[in-house]
Design a protein. Sequence first.
Lengths: 134, 146
Amino acid sequence: MVLHLKSRDFKIILTCFAGVLAASFLSLYLSLPIQVELLVDLFVTVSIMASLYFVYKGATRWGGQVARYSALIALGLTYYGLTLIPHVYWHLSGTPSFLGLNAGAITGFQHTATIIAFLIPAYGFYLFWRSGKK
Amino acid sequence: MNDDNITGRLLGNLEKRDWYLIGAGTVLAIISGIIGQYYTVSMATGVFIDQVSVVPILIGLVFIYLARSEWSGDIARTLELIGIGLAIHMIVFIPHLNWHISGATLTDLPPLMGVPASFWYVFFHGLTLTGFALIGYGFYLLTENI
């Protein structure tokens, strides 16, 4: 399979993996508590917001259809990114009821919405496939 | 290269049928919530639905694989980066989720494969961060001027 990735991309990926391993060993050495997960999740949310910004900036360069597909992908991931931290925090707080909605309602909605949040990008990739321009 | 009617706004390029799909998805999630409100749903069911979310990621990866050979180098490169990012998230998701619910308490988790929890708190979330950062990098490349 021919990849279009450049050597700079591979270096970035390997550096990320090395960084995660180093940070994990540091956490092990310092016996960090579970709250460190929420800190890392904050960066996940920031990454997803950055994606949204880049799609917005890239739209005028690439034109309507690519902008449309990219927006679909980014929107799905954005829902996941925005709800990730509040939802995890809700679980850690013992899943209290909220505005009259019990734990079953919130879980049902959010977990189903997560599936949808990844199906919409899949639709965006599908559109990329069907409309391929070389 | 640019089509007519392009806009720099994020949502301006979405078409009606895209909104119908987003709306349908939202309705499905609401129905799920209503069922959860009035019928007793076990935690195992909630966990199961969560695990199902790797299926749409996998579907997306298949389409990325098919799409990447249909496009020019720049967009194909972005698609591949997004695919790698999503794949990392997908691979980590189920082991990570199962580990979280394996503990007797929610906030103090047991070792995994003999390694204490502090390692895994950063490892799993760090890999997820890598995944979404690579996706962001892929979208970033679409904004770069040649």
